[in-house]
Design a protein around this ligand. Structure first.
Ligand SMILES: Cc1cc2nc3c(=O)[nH]c(=O)nc-3n(C[C@H](O)[C@H](O)[C@H](O)COP(=O)(O)OP(=O)(O)OC[C@H]3O[C@@H](n4cnc5c(N)ncnc54)[C@H](O)[C@@H]3O)c2cc1C
Length: 420
């Protein structure tokens, strides 16, 4: 199937023919081949980005992405779409900044409108100590060439005058702003990578669940699936919240817990919130979608689960956070809420590494911050799969760091998933 290039000219041409000539964005592969060079398990953003960069950057096109449901049915289609690179630790900053740079050129790169909108991410602080911590974070970012601005109260007020500055239990003392941060349309990111990978020959196989691993001579030689056995020289896992379950099929026990994270969207209102705002004294963050709905969320539910739905105590907690920060939110009606399964690593940072099993590679531990990482995660995982060595930007994301003590504890909170 010859793929169409999207442009103003193709739009006009198709408008003239009544929009009857658009072709499917990617092929629907019902029967996978019996063997591929590389099989990626998981058709979320990370799996598809990995396939895309394997084909585009490394010329490896004998690749299949196996998805148990439809692509983007996991966290890729459930997140609150925030992208940013405001990290503190040396293991993290170069990776997330690389991801931000890839976001900045992504739509041109894969010829798809992902609605990347750099409308700014503002983290609010509520005490002198928190402002000092933000100053340190901002300095670390700037030392790595990342944009960061420390705002005082008036600086914050100029951006978001509707916040509850004084009458709250946690008055706002300032904020850390990353103007290049913002949002991107999550589904479009999945579709853009799928389309780009498919165009280069990658097979995207939906409704194909991996149910086991084919082991030969102590190494992984393929996967068992609901569509039969598929052999592969290399298998890459990118199954986010299902990581521990899928890895267990290969006999691996990983430093990962699965937890539910919920999100909410309100009815549409006129433009109100200029960018992304996070509440520094509670777990609450909010932005406004292009359709006008306020998109917000908070903490994980706090118990281990593989269910894509949460419970009412966190709904109450998130709404309390919203009311504390911007009391006017109480007049809005919530349209929808949903949940996704987080692969919480024990230090809050991801893993992109080989596993102890030859032929099996791991991309996991994204906690609730993996959407922003999608481009760099795909880029670095593709590098690892193609060359058998870590990409420099992801060199710290080793699986054995939990044994060797080289943790990347961005928040300094220890092994507590609900605090990362
Ligand atoms: C409510 C919520 C809000 C979030 N907000 C943000 C945010 O604002 N910013 C941010 O950066 N991050 C955010 N995240 C986190 C982010 O969405 C994830 O870290 C990221 O999407 C994970 O990578 P992925 O896209 O590849 O995962 P997924 O989309 O979950 O992909 C994994 C895929 O693997 C498939 N799979 C699982 N088991 C198997 C199997 N056995 N065989 C075949 N396929 C299988 C699943 O069906 C799924 O499609 C949020 C997450 C949630 C749930």
């Amino acid at each position: 199937m010859q793929q169409q290039r999207y442009s103003i000219f193709s739009l006009v041409a198709n408008a003239l023919s009544g929009h009857r000539d658009w072709r499917p964005a990617w092929r629907d592969i019902d029967r996978p081949k019996e063997r591929y060079e590389i099989v990626i398990v998981g058709g979320g953003g990370h799996g598809l980005a990995t396939a895309y960069y394997l084909a585009k950057e490394h010329g490896l096109t004998d690749v299949a992405v196996l998805e148990k449901s439809w692509i983007g049915s996991g966290n890729a289609g459930r997140n609150t779409t925030i992208i940013r690179s405001n990290y503190l630790l040396p293991g993290n900053i170069p990776f997330y900044e690389w991801s931000m740079k890839l976001w900045e050129g992504l739509e041109q790169d894969f010829n798809y409108n992902a609605m990347v909108s750099q409308r700014g991410v503002l983290n609010l602080c509520h005490s002198d100590a928190q402002r000092d911590a933000f100053a340190r974070r901002g300095n670390a970012m700037r030392l790595h060439g990342v944009d960061a601005e420390l705002l005082d109260r008036e600086g914050v007020r100029a951006i978001a005058p509707f916040l509850n500055f004084d009458d709250a239990r946690f008055p706002i003392t300032g904020g850390l702003l990353q103007r290049r941060g913002g949002t991107a349309r999550h589904d479009a990111v999945v579709w853009g990578y799928a389309r780009g990978a498919d165009a280069r020959g990658v097979d995207i196989v939906q409704n194909c669940e991996v149910t086991g691993f084919l082991m030969e001579g102590g190494r992984v030689a393929g996967v068992e699936t609901t569509k039969g056995t598929i052999r592969a020289a290399k298998v890459g896992l990118a199954v986010a919240g299902n990581t521990s379950r899928v890895a267990a099929m290969a006999g691996l026990r990983l430093p990962i817990e699965s937890h539910v994270l919920q999100a909410f969207v309100s009815e549409g209102v006129k433009p109100l919130i200029p960018g992304v705002i996070t509440f520094g004294a509670g777990h609450f963050y909010i932005s406004q979608s292009d359709k006008g709905g306020l998109v917000f969320g908070g903490d994980i539910d706090g118990y281990n689960s593989y269910a894509q739905r949460g419970n009412l105590p966190v709904v109450e907690d998130v709404c309390e956070g919203g009311m504390a920060l911007m009391p006017m939110i109480g007049r809005l009606r919530i349209l929808r809420s949903w949940g996704g399964i987080m692969d919480m690593s024990m230090d809050g940072s991801p893993i992109i590494d080989k596993t102890p099993l030859d032929g099996l590679y791991l991309n996991a531990g994204w906690c609730y911050g993996g959407f922003k990482a999608t481009p760099a995660s795909g880029w670095c995982f593709a590098h690892l799969l193609a060359r058998n060595e870590p990409h420099p930007a992801a060199a710290a994301y080793r699986l054995d760091r939990f044994a060797t003590g080289h943790l990347i504890d961005e928040k300094g909170q220890g092994a507590q998933p609900n605090l990362h």
